[in-house]
Structures are given as structure tokens and as C-alpha cells.
Design a protein around this ligand. Structure first.
Ligand code: GLN
Length: 486
């Protein structure tokens, strides 16, 4: 068996016991990427030379007893994280040739821990999308069925981890972009509490919602990665100065006595019956392990998608104004004057979905509409956050489906933004309220994976990881591997 079948935790043990070197492991995974990525298009940039040099350094550090927590372990970065000297495209023509002069804090922290970066993964343009079809670099294919989407916007990261290109990848989640693709590819997707992981150097979509996290195959691996990424960063004004617990150490405790909240609205007619059955099965498994269930009401949760589609575009229209053809990215040729340069650079550099969001955002923020849309959305966002706060007085974790169904076919929803937006109906609430949340594989529907969604209280990442880890000890859904990538 190749080393690619092993999880991050297993590979860490293998490196520690000197069963293999990081260079050997890195070579194997790079070969796998070059053999299989033509089918998936999961990678935008592969950094083979840099990876091999980092692996060689990690091997030296390890033999000198100096390695960090991730020493010599290969990972992939979503191409939204700035990497010094390696291009960062954010899935856009606008940044097709952009080279950042600095590393994102996430990149820096993982490098300090000794991780080896194999490359940068494909994503929806500026992280706007749920299917990876808005990427300038073309859609990503789902390893479970190449005609299907791997979800988005972190579809490159989710497909790469599901196809065993790397045991772990970074990702970002503004409305579900870690958890939805994780659900659709049978991987773990973990979004921490807003403020837990620095946003410095992570290209901004909607700043009050964006949060960095991970895609892995086990909860244990997510705990290991998160520990290396998280922590206060004075360069991010919304980073929170809270100590980072040892997430791996906390995984062992059982779920006995834990109170699971079930949101009534999450099991209504919008949910595919088979998907709902897998999720209910997973909840029954957790009950058999000693957890109890309580029905919780989130009376305003039905407003989460419309609220998000006012707040997120508003923030994106402001964040993306920096791409003007002057300071960053694509610049149109032969502009007649400055205004023409702005218009043409942005017209050529951005794709349709990004333009749609910028226009919506500019509209809801404009004089005359601000109160009716933006201010109203902020008020509803507060109501949703309050609903969660009340619910967490009675429960420890909220459980339900991550997505309404298993993966859909590429092309199926791309011309219908509203249907596409509804894919995030169960995930967006956690972003609006800033709560940690994750998706855990809980079975297959028609041969395609679906996920159990867990939401926790602020800074209670540990409980989510523990529930998921205990569940994975009892089940083997996360071990299923797509046939062509075994
Ligand atoms: N699918 C959602 C959107 O298109 C969420 C994206 C994200 O989380 N980055 O906005």
C-alpha cells in the first residue's frame, strides 16, 4: 500500500519512527498529483521543487530533534492564501499572475510547524460559489463521480484530499465553503470560530464572515492541523486573543451525557429523503454512544440565506474595489483614460458570478436602499445569532445535515443562482453567528458521500472535534475511498 492511503496522524507516526522520510513521502504524493490531476483539475499550481526542498529540510530538522508539530507532513493550500514568491490567483483571471510579497499568517504558521506545501488548490473565483464552476481555471471534478461537482468554493481542496493527493488541505468558509465541499467528497471539513484563525493574507471576500479552516479525512487530523494554524495575530484586527487548547489531547473523552440539539427546520421538505436518513442514522449512533437529543428552535434560521446574500455581497463589493487595474492584478491594455482603465480591467478580470455579487452589493449599500436591505440584514443577522445563543443554553452541539443532497452534476445549477445559493441553507447560520462548525462523512447516497453537520458554541472547537472523533472510532464512512483513487 502506498503511503498516500495514510492519514496525517499515521504519517506523522511513520516519520517519527523513521519508516520513511519526508522526501520519499513528498515524491510519492507529487507523482500521484501529476498522474491523476488531469481528471480532477484540483490544483492550480503544483510547487514540486519548493516541496522537495522543504521536505529535505524537514528530514534534517527531524534528525536533529528540531521538528515542529507538522514536521515533514505534506499539505495543500487553497489558492486564496497569499504565498510569497508563489502565485496566488484566488481562482480569478484578475490575479492570474499575482505574486504576493508576503505569506498569509496561516501559511507562515504551518511552515513554522514544518508542513511541506505541495501546491495551491483550485477554487471558485474569490470563493464565490458552491460548485467550483466559477473558477477562471475551470471546474474541479468530484473524485467520486467525475461528472459531478466536488462542491465549492474549496472544491480543489476537498477533491485533492478525497483523491488522496495530500492528507490535509487548508480551506476557507464564508457561508459553507469548507463544510459543503467536505460533505460532497466524503471528507472532514472544519470551520473554527470567527477570529480563531488569522485572516491576514487570506484574500478577503466578506470580512465579517470569512474564516480559515481545514479539510482532512479524520477529526484527529483536523485537530492536529488546527492546532498548528490557530492563534492570536495582531495583524488581523478581528483575531481573538484566546489561548489555543491542545485539540488532539481533548479527543479521547466519550460523548456520554452530551446534549445534541436538532433543529426542526433542518429536516423539512428541502432535504433529500435518503440524505436525511443517513443523517438520522448518524444521530442515532451518537445516541447509542450515550448522547441525548433535544429539539431546538431557531425561529429566524429561514432568513439566513437571504440575509447572507445581502451581507456577503455588500462586503465583497467593498473588498473587491481594490482590484482597479492599477495596484493589483489584471490591467486592460490601451485604456483611453483612468475611468476606462478601471472599467475595462474589472470587466475583463472578473467573471460573471463575481460581477453579480459586486452589483448586488453596491445596490444594497446605495443611498435609499441601505436601510431597506443592508441595515435590515444586519438586524436579522443579530436575531439569528441570538437564536443560536439561546439554543446553546440547552445543548452542547447542534446536529443536522450539511447539505440538502449529495453531489450534483456539473452544469446542473450553474445557470440558476438561487438553486445554487440554497446549497448552503444549513451552513450559513454558523457564519452569520460566528460559530465553529464541521462536516463529518456519514454515509453514501447513490454511491456519493453525504455529511453530518455539527455546530458548537463560540470557541468550543474541542467539543466538535471530540464528537467527530468518537463517531469516527465507531464508524468507517471516512475510510471509504473513491474507486479510481484507491
Ligand atoms: N457558496 C457560498 C457563496 O457562494 C459560500 C461561499 C464561501 O463560503 N466562500 O457565497
Amino acid at each position: 500500500m502506498g503511503k498516500y492511503t495514510q492519514t496525517l496522524t499515521e504519517l506523522k507516526a511513520g516519520l517519527e519512527q523513521a519508516d520513511f522520510t519526508s522526501v520519499e513521502l513528498t515524491e510519492e504524493l507529487l507523482a500521484r498529483i501529476s498522474a491523476h490531476d488531469k481528471k480532477l483539475n484540483a490544483m492550480i499550481t503544483v510547487t514540486a521543487d519548493e516541496a522537495l526542498a522543504a521536505a529535505a529540510q524537514a528530514d534534517i530538522d527531524r534528525s536533529g530533534g528540531k521538528g515542529g508539530a507538522m514536521c515533514g507532513l505534506p499539505i495543500i493550500h487553497k489558492d486564496i492564501f497569499c504565498t510569497r514568491d508563489i502565485r496566488t490567483t484566488c481562482g480569478s483571471r484578475m490575479l492570474e499572475n499575482f505574486i504576493s510579497p508576503y505569506d498569509a499568517t496561516v501559511v507562515e504558521n504551518l511552515a513554522k510547524a514544518g508542513a511541506v506545501v505541495l501546491g495551491k488548490s483550485n477554487m471558485d473565483e474569490f470563493a464565490m460559489g458552491s460548485s467550483n464552476e466559477t473558477s477562471f481555471f475551470g471546474p474541479v471534478h468530484n473524485p467520486w463521480d467525475l461528472d459531478c461537482s466536488p462542491g465549492g468554493s474549496s472544491g480543489g481542496s476537498s477533491a485533492a484530499v478525497a483523491a488522496r493527493f495530500a492528507p490535509a488541505a487548508t480551506a476557507t468558509d464564508t457561508g459553507g465553503s469548507i463544510r459543503q465541499p467536505a460533505a460532497l467528497t466524503g471528507t472532514i471539513g472544519f470551520k473554527p470560530t470567527y477570529g480563531r484563525v488569522s485572516r491576514y493574507g487570506m484574500i478577503a471576500f466578506a470580512s465579517s464572515l470569512d474564516q480559515a479552516g481545514v479539510i482532512t479525512r479524520s477529526a484527529e487530523d483536523a485537530a492536529l492541523m488546527l492546532g498548528a494554524m490557530a492563534g492570536f495575530d495582531e495583524r488581523d484586527s478581528t483575531s481573538i486573543d484566546e489561548p489555543v487548547p491542545d485539540y488532539v489531547a481533548g479527543l479521547g473523552q466519550s460523548v456520554e451525557g452530551l446534549r445534541l440539539g436538532i433543529v426542526r427546520q433542518h429536516f423539512d421538505e428541502g432535504l433529500d429523503a435518503e440524505t436525511g436518513a443517513r443523517v438520522k442514522n448518524a444521530i442515532a449512533t451518537l445516541e447509542s454512544m450515550g448522547a441525548s437529543t433535544v429539539e431546538v428552535d431557531l425561529p429566524n434560521i429561514d432568513m439566513s440565506v437571504p440575509t447572507y446574500y445581502v451581507v456577503a455581497p455588500a462586503e465583497c463589493s467593498s473588498n473587491l474595489s481594490r482590484f482597479d487595474g492599477v495596484r493589483f492584478g489584471h490591467r486592460a491594455e490601451n485604456a483611453e483614460d483612468l475611468l476606462d482603465l478601471y472599467c475595462r480591467s474589472r470587466g475583463e478580470g472578473f467573471g460573471d458570478e463575481v460581477k453579480r455579487r459586486i452589483m448586488t452589493g453596491a445596490y444594497v449599500l446605495s443611498a435609499g436602499y441601505y436601510d431597506a436591505y443592508y441595515l435590515k440584514a444586519q438586524q436579522v443577522r443579530q436575531l439569528i445569532a441570538d437564536d443560536f445563543r439561546k439554543a446553546f443554553a440547552d445543548v452542547d452541539v447542534i446536529v443536522g445535515p450539511t447539505t440538502p443532497s449529495a453531489a450534483f452534476k456539473l452544469g446542473d445549477k450553474v445557470d440558476d443562482p438561487i438553486t445554487m445559493y440554497l446549497n448552503d441553507i444549513y451552513t450559513i447560520g454558523a457564519n452569520l453567528a460566528g460559530l465553529p462548525a464541521m462536516s463529518v462523512p456519514c454515509g453514501l447516497v447513490g454511491g456519493l458521500p453525504v455529511g453530518l453537520h455539527l455546530v458548537g458554541g463560540h470557541f468550543d472547537e474541542g467539543t466538535l472535534l471530540r464528537v467527530a472523533h468518537q463517531y469516527q472510532l465507531k464508524t468507517d464512512f471516512h475510510q471509504a475511498c473513491p474507486e479510481d483513487f484507491k
